[in-house]
Design a binder for this molecule. Structure first.
Ligand code: AMP
Ligand code: MG
Length: 354
């Protein structure tokens, strides 16, 4: 199959609409990451998503809707508290779990669950597609399962070339990490996945909301605590090389790397960090320059939003450079740092705490 990349125009929107109606999948940008979209009521389209991604069938999809969409088409009830969150954070990077409308939402969308995840994206391209088609569109991230999520049309092309007919190109994603998933269907309001809308922001509306205990743990895999969002149990976003996420100082990482250079031969070494971290490393060990690849997450003087925006591209770059062993700078889990550290941990093979 020939995969076309097209900017958003009336013609490409019409093409996307027809493909979706035919049960094909179309990749499109959102403010979080690129999505691999299918018409939510098309069994063929839904099956194609799982096939193109190689996604396990128990990992449910998020239904994306336009601002004027009638929620009752897909949800049989809007949980208490959801209205206030929707008013405050929709359109935007927040997904809400609701009891599903069993007439319209198939088990293949929800991995057999009786609830459905719903989001109204704010990205102008995503809005254009959702408004133009008027369709509810199911879309997971447009990467091959297990790879870092795509934050540009080129990332999607890397993974989906030959597998899907159309990628709508809306440039780089503004947020860069996936949506915050909020579950208000149980007594205790929970964040099932941290994302662009932070816990602090949610607490301004629902003070008692907390992180799912499985998300709180720092280590990526502890089988004894099962996450409520099915997708959170998988190792995700994984680059091909061995990534050590570390709270060590730049000087300590510089020392680690010097040791690696002496003891391990044939490994391609690297660091994913802020510019300041790299500068401090080089101050401690100038000889690392040229021997160790530096992948920048931006300047620490900017903020965590910049780091979030760059993280997935950085993990993909590590693969392009065929790094086999590299270090990642750990960040504070405040604000969007929670989402950054959640993804970074899942991507890593080793976690070093100070
Ligand atoms: P992705 O679109 O790749 O970011 O993945 C969407 C994630 O939403 C999945 O991995 C699930 O963990 C989560 N999700 C979707 N539907 C539900 C649901 N009904 N209940 C809980 N989590 C859900
Ligand atoms: Mg995903």
């Amino acid at each position: 199959m020939n995969t076309q990349i097209k900017k958003i125009t009336p013609e490409s929107l019409e093409m996307a609409k027809n493909l979706l109606l035919e049960g094909q999948v179309v990749a499109f940008p959102t403010e979080t990451v690129y999505g691999l979209g299918a018409y939510a009521y098309s069994q063929e389209g839904i099956a194609r998503i799982y096939e193109a991604k190689g996604r396990p069938s128990d990992n449910p999809l998020i239904v994306h809707i336009a601002p004027n969409f009638d929620l009752s088409q897909i949800a049989r009830e809007v949980p208490e508290g959801a209205k206030a969150l929707m008013e405050r954070f929709w359109p935007g990077p927040m997904t809400l779990i609701m009891p599903k409308n069993r007439e319209t939402i198939a088990d293949t969308v929800t991995g057999g669950l009786d609830t459905v995840a719903i989001r109204m994206p704010s990205d102008p391209s995503a809005m254009a597609l959702l408004s133009y088609t008027g369709m509810p569109i199911v879309a997971p991230s447009a990467n091959t399962s297990g790879r870092p999520s795509p934050t540009s049309a080129m990332h999607v092309y890397e993974d989906m070339q030959g597998k899907i007919p159309l990628i709508l190109d809306g440039g780089s994603c503004q947020v860069g990490v996936e949506s915050t998933i909020v579950d208000l269907t149980d007594e205790k309001p929970l964040v099932l996945r941290p994302g662009g809308i932070t816990l602090e922001m949610l607490r301004e509306v629902i003070p008692e909301i907390d992180l799912d205990p499985a998300v709180k743990q720092v280590r990526s895999v502890d089988a004894s605590v099962v996450p409520k969002a099915p997708g959170m149990k998988y190792r995700h976003y994984a680059p091909k090389g061995y990534l050590i996420l570390t709270q060590e100082t730049p000087e300590e990482v510089a020392r680690d790397l010097e040791e690696d250079l002496q003891t391990i031969s044939g490994d391609k070494l690297g660091v994913i960090a802020t510019d300041e971290f790299w500068q401090e490393m080089l101050k401690a060990a100038p000889q690392l320059e040229g021997q160790v690849a530096m992948i920048s997450l931006g300047s620490r003087r900017d903020d965590m939003e910049t780091v979030a925006k760059r993280l997935f591209a950085a993990l993909r770059q590590a693969d392009e450079l065929t790094l086999s062993r590299f270090y990642g700078e750990a960040f504070s889990r405040e604000g969007v740092g929670e989402a950054v550290m959640n993804r970074f941990r899942k991507a890593s093979s080793e976690w070093r705490e100070r």
